[in-house]
Design a protein around this ligand. Structure first.
Ligand SMILES: *[C@@H]1O[C@H](CO)[C@@H](O)[C@H](O)[C@H]1NC(C)=O
Length: 286
């Protein structure tokens, strides 16, 4: 008798508990996992055209990027856009032909943009892009670290701004480059069609890091951690090597917002990851 009662109570308890247990991890949910943490995916932008060169202007939490607009079947064009990540306000940046590159100097609060006809500076108040320098030059990529750097197209050579001019960076004169990055600790990384390299400036040596990946963007987060966005996923770069943190194909860009949330782009969307207490039971990647 005693046992029977206890059993009934146990079953009653189970019945009460069960629905709760079921609602905890959701089977179909819009989250993904990085390491041990789960993140909600919030779509920031969705349109046809691949978003490239994601960069956040931290003081206004504004994302800058370019997306590809297929003009004709043979020709690809680019358009620059900015979105305020707090308000969602969007602006298409007018007046830059083939606008594809972005570099932000947070210290002096300058936003540099590049296209097929030189470098521009963007004014957040007037929303205008004013011509800056390098008329007639095709600016493939821009980077700012104490100086402004750009990679020219189609020769893919690295230039540095010194005394109003943009000479080639001597160490890299004979090397093609697609991406360039100097870390907060002054390590130099670059990528080209051969692979991802680190430049050892003391010994003037090029160290190969990986030749199997196609680099899409090299970015530091708010804590100075270095990330490489590639055709096969996202890696963290340390002195010891590369660790993959997102095993995802078809990513095109990567950035971190003011609060250090990760933002990535795939073929047609820009997504921001927000930390979630909840996980998912099974998760299909993308
Ligand atoms: C890429 O850089 C490496 C290291 O400097 C160099 O050996 C290689 O020739 C470069 N590839 C191209 C296509 O320029």
């Amino acid at each position: 008798m005693e046992i029977k009662l206890n059993l009934l109570r146990l079953i009653a308890l189970l019945l009460i508990r069960m629905p709760m247990a079921i609602t905890l991890p959701e089977t179909s949910c819009n989250r993904l996992k990085i390491g041990e943490n789960w993140f909600d995916k919030k779509v920031v932008w969705a349109q046809s055209g691949r978003p490239y060169n994601l960069n956040v202007h931290k003081s206004t939490n504004s994302l800058f990027f370019s997306y590809s607009t297929p003009e004709t079947y043979s020709d690809l064009d680019f358009q620059l856009v900015t979105i305020n990540l707090d308000t969602g306000e969007k602006h298409t940046i007018a007046g830059i032909r083939g606008g594809c590159s972005v570099a932000i100097d947070e210290v002096n609060d300058e936003i540099y943009l590049g296209g097929t006809d030189g470098i521009y500076k963007y004014n957040m108040l007037t929303r205008l892009a004013d011509f800056y320098k390098e008329k007639g030059k095709n600016i493939w990529s821009l980077f700012y670290k104490k100086n402004l750097f750009y990679i020219s197209y189609p020769d893919q050579k690295l230039h540095i701004e010194i005394d109003e001019k943009f000479p080639l960076v001597e160490e890299f004169e004979n090397i093609e480059m697609t991406h360039f990055h100097v870390t907060s600790d002054n390590y130099i990384y670059f990528a080209n069609k051969t692979g991802l390299f680190k430049y050892n400036s003391k010994e003037m040596l090029f160290e190969l890091i990986n030749h199997l990946i196609t680099v899409r963007q090299i970015v530091e987060d708010g804590d100075g951690e270095l990330y490489v966005c590639t055709n096969v996923g996202v890696y963290i770069l340390t002195i010891e090597g590369m660790v993959k943190i997102l095993n995802v194909k078809n990513l095109y860009g990567l950035a971190f917002d003011r609060d250090n949330n990760l933002i990535y782009s795939d073929e047609k969307r820009i997504v921001k990851l927000l930390y979630s207490e909840k996980g998912c039971l099974s998760h299909k990647e993308w």
